[in-house]
Design a protein around this ligand. Structure first.
Ligand code: HEM
Length: 424
């Protein structure tokens, strides 16, 4: 059942599925309207033409159920047997062929139990909060070096000079690649996540596959090296870990390694740049945080993670005829969990449209909820916290210096460029 179009509105209907919609920002008013009218509502997908080496491909898209309230996103996320990540993957675009589906299903994020449980057990035995905590000094060093470099200039770009650099340096350490190779991570990740943006993938399926293949070859070399000459690092433990008699195969290692490249890079980049943007636009909150000192940081980080919501949605597929928040859903229907909307739902988060860096409790869903809950949440928090510690004292002197350019994506809430000036 589709929501009736709003005939009183003069503006053209907002196309939630269209990456171009997000060029001007997250359509919060449209999400609020949908939350008011029905927690689960229909979104039509317009046909889109993608380039490919075999000629243009038309993606018609089936349309989907947009889940926009906090309660309904939580309910669907906690029922992975009914709302599956594996059936058609966790991404909005449908895999085009059976082979494509098999391919994406090898990523943890696109698996269901029992495979998901087994692989997640191995990787989470390695990727623990403690293991991430051991990276604290390195993360702090990277944040300090990058921010000092930025502040030495009177103008810099918050995205390319700062927000992209810190996660790349951290990931290079985490994934066992030389720092000088970190631009490779940047390129793969842009081509995979920025797939829809004309500047990056432009929707080209072949470019996507190519990025996948290159990253795999690289990862395989890292795994072989570490098995031959183990080091005391996380990537060695990933390549050699055995949990309940099970070790990651080469393919599983590469898949997880690549998932970290993508999941740990884009998301944190957008979290950092979105947080700087929020603080520049809310000088009262910025000053309050600065005055409150280091102890106030964890609560503020949580609020910035909510406010920015770097990943706007993940997708599920109904495994049978069912119902969600009163809306009947048919087997095979696409169901999209809008964290960007759930995080602004005033029923779950009072005053959700206001940035409140002292907000506590903060039941945001930016890292998802349920069996696929983000494995990198601690690392993302650690990185933002390190950046703010270094940057906060200097932020009052930082002002926007030209237009910001947003990423054309219906998936990540991203900024590509944010020039700023540092007042003397
Ligand atoms: C602000 C930064 C981040 C955000 C907003 C974020 C968000 C998310 C979300 C919403 C999910 C759930 C997906 C689903 O339910 O289908 C997820 C899963 C995941 N994230 Fe993150 N993430 C962030 C940073 C990271 C980092 C830094 C890493 C690792 C270096 C990471 C690794 C993962 C992995 C491996 C999964 C898959 C878990 C599974 O399927 O069991 N993420 N993330």
């Amino acid at each position: 059942m589709a929501i009736a179009p709003d005939r009183t509105a003069r503006a053209a209907p907002v196309q939630l599925a269209d990456p171009a919609t997000y060029r001007v920002g997250v359509p919060h008013a449209e999400f609020a309207r949908r939350r008011r009218e029905a927690p689960v509502s229909w979104v039509a997908e317009q046909p889109r033409v993608r380039p490919s080496s075999a000629g243009p491909i038309v993606d018609s898209g089936s349309g989907y159920w947009a889940v926009t309230t906090h309660a309904a996103v939580v309910a669907a996320s906690r029922e992975p047997g009914t709302f599956s990540s594996g059936r058609r993957g966790a991404f909005l675009n449908d895999p085009r062929t059976k082979a494509d589906l098999e391919f994406v299903r090898q990523l943890l994020i696109n698996m269901d139990a029992p495979e998901h449980t087994a692989v997640r057990r191995v990787v989470s035995a390695v990727f623990t909060p403690r293991a991430v905590g051991r990276l604290r000094d390195q993360v702090t060093d990277h944040a300090r070096t990058v921010i000092r470099g930025c502040l030495e200039k009177d103008r810099f770009d918050v995205v390319t000079d700062l927000a992209a650099e810190v996660p790349l340096l951290v990931l290079a350490d985490l994934l066992g690649i030389p720092r000088a190779d970190r631009h490779l991570l940047y390129g793969w990740s842009n081509r995979l996540v920025g797939f829809d943006d004309p500047e990056y993938g432009g929707g080209d399926v072949e470019a996507y596959r190519q990025a996948f293949a290159e990253a795999f070859q690289y990862a395989l070399r890292v795994a072989e090296e570490r098995r031959r000459a183990p080091r005391d690092d996380l990537v060695t433990r990933l390549a050699t870990a055995e949990v309940a008699g099970r070790r990651l195969s080469d393919r599983e290692f590469c898949q997880f390694w690549l998932l970290l490249v993508v999941a740990g890079n884009e998301t944190t980049r957008h979290l950092i740049s979105g947080s700087v943007q929020a603080l520049v636009e809310h000088p009262g909150e910025r000053d309050r945080l600065h005055a409150a000192g280091q102890d106030a940081l964890p609560t503020a980080v949580e609020e910035l993670v909510r406010w920015v919501t770097p990943i706007m949605q993940f997708r599920r597929t109904a495994t049978g005829d069912t119902e969600l928040a009163g809306q009947p859903i048919a087997e095979g229907d696409k169901v999209v969990l809008y964290y960007a909307s759930a995080n602004r739902d005033g029923h779950a988060i009072p005053g959700a449209d206001r940035l409140d860096l002292a907000r506590d409790p903060n039941p945001h869903l930016s890292f998802g909820i349920g069996p696929h809950f983000c494995l990198g949440a601690h690392l993302a928090r650690l990185e933002l916290s390190a950046v703010l510690t270094e940057l906060l004292p200097h932020l009052p002197a930082v002002e926007l210096d030209g237009p910001q350019v947003r990423l054309e994506s219906n998936f990540v809430n991203g900024i590509k460029s944010m020039p700023v000036r540092v007042r003397a």
